[in-house]
Ligand binder design. Structure first.
Ligand code: SAH
Length: 342
């Protein structure tokens, strides 16, 4: 298989064209075509000499990710199913509201972590995405929007910290000032609490937004919902978060999916508020989107409101996210699983 061109860092692109016998400035021109003009054909790179274009085509893959299905209309939440070179498929969700474009990306094909309510884990794990495929997801969405996304969140399929190197490489490519220039503060990594990933990211010198899926204020409940809690229990996850917040000067978002009668009581809200008190934290409450294979139900609206009130009274910034994806069955891994079941 050819090397994915979108998986190379700026310096590597420069080195690659030099290796093909061209001067360094051709690398800068190539980068511009890839991320400034975002062309999807070698022939479109008009200011590159024809022989260089030919050599590039022989050595590099330009279209790692191809659109298979898209639903929804321009200006609303859309789901995109994309195919990879080896026949695997991934999903992304394009969230648009006014001028704001947020892209929800996948980091793996499937997931190993098997959270009870998550469709991605039920379908099992296939493989990691390469950086070039992750960047390809962004370019595909940019082509649909006619513009690059303002924000990128790793909340699609997969655990980004279980594919740390490729995710970070992709972030450096998305981040590059002469390319897509998506700032670190506009990139969110969401994790189920993989501590080594949190620790490594804290040392990168990047101000990436960290979002941690908590879903319960105690180990027993959390372990029921998220098997990863046996390996990385709550107190240790929160200790790693504290270090992350100190080193990056960023607030940490805690995701909390409300499941009726399981983690949505006022007492549990109080316990959560106590747990997060030592941290610069905000809480993002997510209504459960029902998935087959999980018997839990969405919390009643008044119960959700009460939960949020308790958090707010304790001085926590909390929001109740409306699940934009669930109406179109794009929420949380539902797209790929539907394809697998088809
Ligand atoms: N592995 C990462 C990112 C992918 S999941 C993580 O765990 O954070 C993104 C978010 O969607 C997580 O907070 C996850 O717990 C949540 N989620 C998954 N399935 C869901 C469902 N059926 N309803 C509501 N939220 C869900």
């Amino acid at each position: 298989m050819k090397t994915l061109i979108h998986g190379l860092l700026f310096e590597e692109i420069v080195a690659a064209v030099q290796e093909l016998g061209a001067p360094a400035f051709r690398g800068k021109q190539l980068w511009q075509w890839l991320y400034g003009q975002r062309v999807n054909a070698w022939a479109a790179m008009k200011n590159l000499p024809a022989d260089l274009r030919l050599k590039l085509e022989e050595n590099f893959e330009l279209a790692a990710v191809k659109q298979l299905e898209i639903t929804g209309e321009e200006g609303e939440t859309r789901k995109l199913l994309a195919g990879l070179g080896d026949g695997e498929c991934i999903e992304e969700v394009l969230l648009a509201s006014g001028e704001r474009r947020t892209l929800c990306l996948s980091s793996q094909v499937g997931c190993k972590f098997a959270c009870a309510f998550c469709a991605s884990g039920q379908a099992g794990f296939r493989r990691n995405l390469a950086a070039g495929e992750i960047v390809g997801e962004v370019l595909l969405a940019a082509a649909i929007w006619g513009d690059r996304p303002g924000n990128v969140v790793f909340m699609g399929v997969g655990e980004p910290f279980d594919n740390y190197d490729e995710v970070l490489r992709a972030i450096h490519i998305l981040n590059h000032g002469e390319g897509l220039a998506i700032g670190a503060r506009r990139i969110t990594i969401s994790t189920c609490g993989v501590i080594p990933g949190i620790q490594r990211l804290a040392g990168e010198g990047l101000q990436i937004e960290l979002s941690v899926s908590l879903h319960a204020p105690d180990d027993a409940t959390r372990s029921r919902l998220m098997p990863v809690n046996h390996r990385y229990p709550l107190a240790e996850v929160l200790a790693a978060c504290k270090v992350y917040a100190e080193q990056t000067k960023r607030l940490i978002t805690f995701e909390y999916t409300l499941v009726r009668g399981l983690n949505d009581s006022a007492a549990q809200a109080e316990q959560l508020a106590r747990l997060l008190a030592p941290l610069p934290a905000r809480v993002n409450l997510i209504p459960l989107s029902p998935v087959e294979g999980f018997a839990g139900e969405t919390s009643a609206p008044d119960v959700s409101r009460q939960f949020i009130r308790v958090l707010e009274r304790a001085g926590l910034n909390a929001t109740l996210r409306d699940s934009q994806g669930s109406r179109i069955k794009a929420a949380c891994g539902q797209l790929r699983i539907r394809r697998l079941n088809a």
